[in-house]
Design a binder for this molecule. Structure first.
Ligand code: ZN
Length: 456
């Protein structure tokens, strides 16, 4: 039953409102709306409803505002709130208050975000680092980055979308490495809208929407000179470069693998891609990128043909790929099948600027056998100075005479024992050999004339 109150004292208006809302005991309206027309100058239903709601207020007593408890007004017989509502929502007045609160909170939040972004931008622009201290892998990525987006790297800001020519595959792992090494930083002042947000008072950002800049070197700033300085610093951390090469080569293989999956509409789960990624990374110790392209091609093709077999479906067939790759690499390793072929580089998969640098500086590319790449980046790098090779006795060729005499007198074991004991005690190469010559005088012949090693 609808209840109502009429604001007007005009009896005709009171009667009109009563006729509009009154029902029998079954809730059926007593008067058709059409029968209420015309009312004075009003000849249409919409105009009549506007007139009635201006002169009165009606409500279903079962429906009330959950906030202020007031009844929810209804405007016409077709209003949903005529019936008992299953879910009560706030009245118009309370909704307006809520909207005002929301707008106020939003303005406060936006101001707090803008302030946090200003502060973050200011402190990012204060950053400076020492390019001479940058790890080798980071330095190589920076040089590849310069090649990919020159001259934006030293002159402005860039975003991840600019980096497609850096590497084949996702660039975000490389960007994360550069951020963690403090060599690039995001600058909120240049970001796309929606890139930053606050969570528990902390500023977060979306990597794809943020914009980055090269953090300047303390001496050379962010300039071509700084990058030349970076290029000319010593490159001797082979383990860092080897790890970057493996990351790069793995990305090359996984990009190829995923492209092949796409061709056959296979959509491997991320755990299977992770498994294949780690198998590839290990296999790169032994095989070239081209051979692993061949291996993944075989695996994808096998899985694709499995889809068509009875008792298989795409999901089941796709899930067999990690196991297939493992078995394939094992049979190749055990020479139970022909070696992997070297697949040519697909046209749509260029090496990227990082790949170009690996080739120009280290001669590495997709055809380099894994073992060769590992040899190039052997760690630790051979020392530039070898005290034994640099010693006087080796330089003057006397060591050959000494070895000959040791051989002639069959004093190998004794000689080595005396020499090793001297080295263990901390003697220099020369002093250890001098002691050897003193201990075994028969070796002195031919040595005495050549040097001053036998002064015992
Ligand atoms: Zn209310």
């Amino acid at each position: 039953m609808i209840e109502f109150e009429v604001f007007s004292d005009d009896p005709e208006v009171v009667e009109l409102v009563e006729k509009y809302w009154s029902t029998d005991n079954n809730g059926k309206y007593l008067h058709n709306v059409a029968d209420l027309l015309p009312f004075r100058e009003i000849t249409t239903t919409p105009k009549l409803l506007t007139f009635i709601s201006g002169e009165s207020r009606a409500w279903n007593p079962d429906n009330f505002c959950p906030i202020c408890g007031d009844n929810i007004s209804v405007r016409s017989r077709t209003d949903p709130a005529i019936k008992k509502l299953r879910r009560l929502s706030p009245c118009n007045h309370c909704q307006e208050l809520q909207a005002r609160d929301r707008a106020r909170n939003l303005a406060v939040e936006q101001e707090a975000l803008a302030e946090a972004m200003r502060k973050a931008s200011d402190s990012a622009r204060m950053l400076e680092i020492e390019y001479g201290q940058l790890p080798d892998d980071i330095a190589l990525i920076v040089l590849a980055l310069e090649r990919a987006i020159c001259p934006k790297l030293v002159e402005g800001v860039f975003e991840t979308a600019d980096l497609r020519s850096l590497i084949n595959g996702p660039v975000s792992p490389l960007i994360e490495r550069l951020i963690n090494a403090n060599v690039i930083s995001d600058d909120p002042a240049f970001s796309q809208s929606g890139a930053y947000w606050l969570e528990d008072g902390e500023l977060w950002f979306n990597m794809a929407k943020a914009r980055y800049f090269l953090v300047p070197d303390r001496t050379y700033g962010a300039s071509e000179d700084a990058l030349t300085y970076l290029d000319n610093r010593p490159w001797d951390k082979n383990d860092e470069l080897r790890s970057l090469w493996l990351d790069y080569a793995t990305a090359e293989c996984i990009t190829y693998f995923l492209n092949q999956c796409g061709r056959y509409s296979l959509n491997p789960e991320s755990k299977d891609v992770d498994n294949i990624t780690s198998q590839i990374r290990v296999a790169l110790d032994q095989y070239s990128i081209q051979e692993l392209w061949c291996a993944t091609w075989i695996v994808v093709k096998d899985a694709a043909s499995l889809c068509k077999r009875e008792f298989y479906n795409v999901t089941k067939a796709t899930a067999t790929m990690p196991g297939k790759l493992q078995r394939l690499l094992e049979t190749v390793r055990k020479k139970q099948r022909l070696p992997l072929k070297a697949w040519t580089r697909p046209q749509q998969q260029p090496a990227g600027t990082l790949g170009e640098l690996f080739y120009e500086r280290y001669g590495l590319n997709e055809s380099t056998p894994g073992a060769e790449a590992m040899r190039i980046f052997a760690s630790p790098a051979p020392p530039a100075y070898d005290p034994f090779l640099e010693s006087e006795i080796v330089q003057k060729g006397l060591i050959d005479v000494l070895v000959e005499r040791i051989h002639h007198y069959k004093l190998g074991a004794q000689s080595l024992s005396i020499f090793a004991a001297g080295i263990r005690e901390g003697l220099s190469i020369e002093d250890a050999i001098a002691r050897l010559l003193c201990g075994l005088p028969s070796l002195q012949q031919g040595i005495n004339n050549g040097g001053n090693l036998s002064d015992c």
